[in-house]
Design a protein around this ligand. Structure first.
Ligand code: GLU
Length: 327
């Protein structure tokens, strides 16, 4: 019996050695989900890129990650809070509002929200059909404009802009609540005059909208003083129009708009080791991450610690200290 048992144990050990490295023979696999956005955005491929980096190093980190398409920032924060997602990508402004109990979360702060790192910059992108006559943000009166689906960060951005301009989005124009993925087709079909999408660039959705039969432009958002008073977490940015050569105003070269960063968030309830491992995998393989989507090409380790307003998750903090990125 004893001998048999020994043989059995040896056989198991042999199997373990064949199929898994010794240090993982007893370790458990951690499954994680990363909430992203619509499939035509930058969040979806970004979440996929993070999952790939982690999954390709399963032997080292023991994590199996999946990126899920979702309604984006606000949806992701609420799902992370509810424990339905372990990680989520969210705009820096949504992170700030959620943690501080403002906007969507007025009086209901998400105190368990934790930041991990930031990602590519995003810009409020206002695409309008040329034949709609909209050339400035003030030309929306009486038009049909998609401000975005509930659950998206861009919906809040559009509302903030119109509030700051004193334009009533419930009365002065017809506000639609379509998903970003549907907006280019609706624009091309003549069912909307324009749409808002807060997104990193270059982006396929904006390419699709500006390269169709119905000509379209990207309308600038000027520096609106009242906006920065209500929402100091925004900053001015530009959209490089060489990325959208078929937009009717591509020759303008650069379009000014309002921007912020995309960030990765999690919950205080996600364990330290998992967040540490994911952070380490991403930071130690940043060269690869930069190649996985053009919007990620300019990421830097230092830049990835900016734009975070919820406290750092202890697992991320441990890695940053170890790597000498923070004290
Ligand atoms: N920033 C968008 C939002 O949260 C999503 C952008 C994307 O999916 O790339 O509403």
């Amino acid at each position: 019996m004893h001998k048999l048992l020994n043989r059995f144990a040896l056989a198991l050990l042999g199997l373990g050695m064949c199929f898994a490295p010794a240090h993982l023979a007893e370790a458990k696999t951690t499954f994680i989900t990363i909430g992203t956005g619509g499939i035509t955005g930058v969040y979806y491929p970004t979440g996929g890129a993070i999952a790939k980096i982690v999954n390709d190093r399963f032997d080292e980190f023991g994590i199996k990650a999946t990126a899920e398409a979702t309604g984006a920032s606000i949806f992701n924060i609420n799902a992370v809070k509810g424990g339905n997602l372990d990680f989520g990508i969210a705009q820096a402004d949504s992170q700030y509002l959620a943690y501080n109990g403002k906007g969507e979360w007025e009086g209901k702060p998400i105190k368990e929200l934790r930041s991990v790192f930031s990602l590519a910059p995003e810009m409020i992108t206002f695409v309008c059909a040329e034949d709609s006559g909209i050339k400035t943000i003030n030309d929306v009166k009486g038009k049909v404009i998609n401000i975005g689906n509930p659950g998206s960060g861009n919906r809040q951005n559009a509302i903030d802009i119109f509030n700051a301009l004193g334009i009533n989005y419930e009365k002065d124009f017809k506000a639609e609540s379509l998903k970003a993925a549907d907006a280019p087709r609706m624009l091309q079909d003549g069912r909307i005059d324009g749409f808002f999408y807060t997104v990193g660039h270059p982006n396929g959705n904006i390419k699709e909208a500006t390269a169709g039969m119905r000509k379209a432009r990207i309308v600038a958002i000027p520096e609106i003083k009242a906006l920065f008073e209500i929402a100091p977490y925004y900053s001015m940015d530009i959209i490089d129009m060489t990325q959208y050569p078929e937009a009717t105003n591509a020759s303008e070269g650069k379009i000014s708009t309002v921007g912020m960063k995309a960030t990765l968030v999690t919950s205080a309830n996600v364990d330290e080791e998992t967040v540490y491992n994911l952070t380490k995998a991403v930071f130690e393989n940043l060269d690869e991450l930069r190649t996985l989507h053009p919007a990620l090409a300019n990421l830097t380790k230092e830049g990835m610690l900016e734009g975070l307003s919820a406290p750092l998750h202890p697992g991320a903090e441990r890695y940053y200290k170890e790597a000498g990125l923070i004290k």
